[in-house]
Design a protein around this ligand. Structure first.
Ligand SMILES: C[S@@+](CC[C@H](N)C(=O)[O-])C[C@H]1O[C@@H](n2cnc3c(N)ncnc32)[C@H](O)[C@@H]1O
Length: 253
């Protein structure tokens, strides 16, 4: 699996958040991602949620703060240590069960969790179908993930990223859902301007960039160029389609 080794390096782990989520652009990315994930997840209070590839725990902490009962796994010890340290400082250790584990071999029985999620992870996965099947196996109902999109400006720099990064088309996600017996019930398109641009934009210009992004996302052509999409999928009932799952499409605005 791509990135399995990359994030095990102590220095990479320590730089993970400062490099991506500091400054005005980075803060905007962090807040927007969290807002999209919250909207995608829906009700979380008292829900049993598994976060796969929690990294430094950005989302697990947010879930615990909002009343979820969280289990968080990652393969990297240094990333997990940062997450655990943050949870301790926020007094959330009794709400999050951190463990070191491999996303490909989840040590849980079928239907253990209400919701299972993985953010900023599908781009590292070698066999998305196998991984989705594993997510679907351990959840009672809901699977959440995001994809970095093929039809976006991310394609301009994706190839030069050191840990490699898989991009997805909407059609590919639909096919994956079909093969894994999941039904897409919600999608949120976000970030026409890709993450890297925010990271290298001076603080003074970040707001302008944000406004341009919002404007583009509110147009049909802009939405089609979103670099990140948040997906919510539900397990299909035995008879096939679950009629109670109403599909919704949204943007991060
Ligand atoms: C880009 S980071 C995302 C972290 C977090 N989800 C976030 O959005 O900030 C990817 C994470 O996946 C973890 N990872 C890579 N391969 C994994 C695997 N096979 N099983 C579990 N975690 C893995 C890495 O250690 C890293 O923490």
């Amino acid at each position: 699996m791509k990135g399995k080794k990359w994030y095990k390096n102590q220095e990479i782990a320590e730089k993970y958040e400062p490099k991506r989520f500091s400054g005005a652009g980075g803060t905007y990315i962090n807040q927007t991602e969290k807002s999209c994930v919250k909207k995608t997840l829906g009700q979380i209070k008292n829900k049993k949620i598994l976060e796969i590839a929690t990294g430094t725990g950005r989302f697990s902490l947010m879930l615990a703060e909002n009343g979820a009962d969280v289990t968080a796994c990652d393969i990297s010890t240094p990333m997990l240590e940062i997450a655990q340290d943050k949870a301790e400082r926020k007094g959330l250790t009794n709400k999050i069960n951190f463990f070191k584990g491999d996303a490909e071999k989840l040590p849980f029985k079928d239907n253990t969790f209400d919701k299972v999620m993985a953010i900023r992870f599908m781009h590292l996965v070698d066999d998305p179908e196998k991984f989705l099947k594993e997510m679907a196996r351990v959840t009672k109902d809901t699977v959440i993930f995001d994809t970095f999109n093929l039809q976006s400006f991310r394609i301009l720099y994706n190839k030069i990223l050191p840990m490699d990064s898989r991009l997805y088309s909407e059609n590919e996600v639909k096919q994956l859902a079909k093969k894994t017996n999941l039904q897409i019930t919600k999608k949120i398109d976000s970030f026409v301007i890709p993450f890297a641009v925010y990271r290298y934009t001076p603080d003074l210009l970040a707001n302008t960039l944000k406004e341009i992004d919002y404007t583009m996302l509110n147009k049909q052509t802009g939405k089609k160029l979103s670099s990140v999409t948040y997906w919510k999928l539900k397990k299909k009932t035995k008879g096939g389609k679950n009629k109670s799952h109403k599909k919704s499409t949204d943007t991060n605005k």
